[in-house]
Design a protein around this ligand. Structure first.
Ligand SMILES: NC(=O)C1=CN([C@@H]2O[C@H](COP(=O)(O)OP(=O)(O)OC[C@H]3O[C@@H](n4cnc5c(N)ncnc54)[C@H](O)[C@@H]3O)[C@@H](O)[C@H]2O)C=CC1
Ligand SMILES: O=C(O)C(=O)COP(=O)(O)O
Length: 390
């Protein structure tokens, strides 16, 4: 029987085509779907039927998915690291410019002048343009909080624009550190970064440690006249504290991708409708990557870019059946599974076992006629949370 996937949100056609090429169906109902492919749809509170074995987020942030619950239920959760980073980077640079020059109010002013006489209109523009003067980015300091896929790309462009770049990322991976331009100055604490930056841009995931990362306690540490840019998530910034800091200092502008009713008609807040990743290129990159990862997991049990499972890939051996299972990472589970297989006289030709935190994942390739009830037998073993015979 083929696999089926329930999709949410606008998933780029190129990604959906990858699924069709592998005979994986996109379906309307979640009831019997094997997997979910989505963007920002919130899945907290959704009752996943037992058929669901994997969820792929065509994008970076997985805070819309109950990852812990998925791990406990043996559901793999994938994302697409870096696939939309360039789109966000471009909009962040645009935001630095929007907050530095009278671009938006200047355009608005020019658009609104109902003067038909060309010479009079030109004279009016020359007379009024002083209202829309600003500052250059060159020579200013950009503080980047979170130096992952997006943060490192923003750093590179900002350096190219002649900015000084300082960064803060206590969880920086070795791989991300290698990607980072070496002119980025590492700050030891968040407040140190805030106190020296003319612009602060946030590129961290929404996790417990980053909720209200920018708040009433550290907003006074910002440089007077600084700009805060948030293309990460709304929950990372206490927006009420930001509005207070805009009213009484020290910051002068907040640019974000997450509008709030309280932002309406404020000239010192520029809020976009969560369009950081909304380019054709990013949407296609994310959809293709998510679809390929999902298909490889469903068809072969291989795992790439899962946020709750280890990276595992094993070539298929002809004339074998593949058993995969997820278990709590406690001693003895693999031994019990192998005993069950030995009792049934199955010859194991290849296997792999890897763990990721509290969860372990296993692939076992076997020769011979493996009956479907092996899934049931293995599923009975304590601490096994999910079994598939592929
Ligand atoms: N507005 C939009 O459309 C988009 C928003 N995003 C948001 O941006 C976030 C970052 O995206 P990527 O750069 O692709 O992710 P990434 O995983 O490559 O980088 C995140 C970085 O944040 C760091 N980090 C974690 N906790 C931290 C803390 N407490 N303080 C400082 N740094 C910390 C990590 O070590 C990592 O280097 C996503 O999680 C998502 O929420 C991502 C893409 C599009
Ligand atoms: O990738 C992310 O984390 C994003 O926020 C992009 O969201 P979207 O796919 O545009 O709904």
């Amino acid at each position: 029987m083929g696999f089926s996937i329930k999709t949410y949100n606008q998933i780029a056609e190129r990604g959906l085509a990858r699924l069709a090429q592998q005979d994986i169906l996109c379906v309307e109902s979640l009831d019997r779907a094997d997997a979910i492919l989505l963007r920002s749809e919130k899945l907290h509170g959704v009752d996943f039927p037992p058929s669901v074995r994997a969820i792929a987020r065509a994008g970076a942030g997985v805070n819309n998915i109950p990852v812990e619950l998925c791990s406990a239920r043996g559901i793999a959760v994938f994302n697409t690291p870096g696939a939309n980073a360039n789109a966000v980077k471009e909009l962040v640079i645009c935001s630095l410019l929007l907050s530095s020059r009278g671009i938006l109010p200047g355009i608005q002013f020019a658009r609104e002048q109902a003067v038909d006489d060309r010479a009079a209109l030109h004279a009016l523009m020359e007379k009024q343009k002083k209202q829309f003067a600003g500052n250059e980015l060159f020579g200013k300091t950009l503080g980047i909080v979170g130096l992952g896929a997006i943060g490192s790309m923003v750093a590179e462009v900002a350096l190219g624009l002649g900015m000084k770049v300082v960064g803060y990322d206590p969880a920086l991976s070795v791989e991300a550190a290698w990607r980072l331009p070496n002119q980025v100055e590492r700050m030891e604490g968040l407040n140190n970064l805030l106190s020296v930056s003319d612009y602060v841009t946030l590129h961290v995931p929404a996790i417990e440690a980053t909720l209200n990362l920018i708040n009433a306690d550290n907003l006074p540490a910002f440089k007077p006249g600084a700009v805060l840019v948030n293309f990460a998530r709304e929950a990372i910034v206490d927006y009420k504290a930001v509005l207070n800091a805009l009213d009484s200092g020290p910051i002068r502008h907040y640019i974000c991708d997450f509008p709030e009713p309280a932002f309406r008609n404020r000239q010192d807040v520029t809020a976009m409708p969560h369009i950081g990743a909304s380019t054709q290129e990013a949407e296609e990159n994310c959809a293709v990557m998510a679809a390929e990862q999902l298909a490889d997991y469903l068809l072969n049990g291989n795992i790439k870019n899962a946020v709750n499972l280890p990276e595992v890939s094993m070539p298929r051996v002809p004339n074998t059946r593949r058993l995969t299972f997820i278990n709590d990472n406690v001693a003895g589970v693999l031994g019990q599974v192998l005993s069950v297989l030995a009792e049934q006289s199955f010859n194991v030709v290849d296997m792999m076992n890897k763990s990721h935190g509290d969860v372990a994942y296993n692939i076992i390739d076997m020769e011979g006629d493996v009956p479907e009830n092996i899934e049931f037998l293995i599923g009975q073993i304590e601490h096994v949370t999910s079994v598939r015979l592929i």
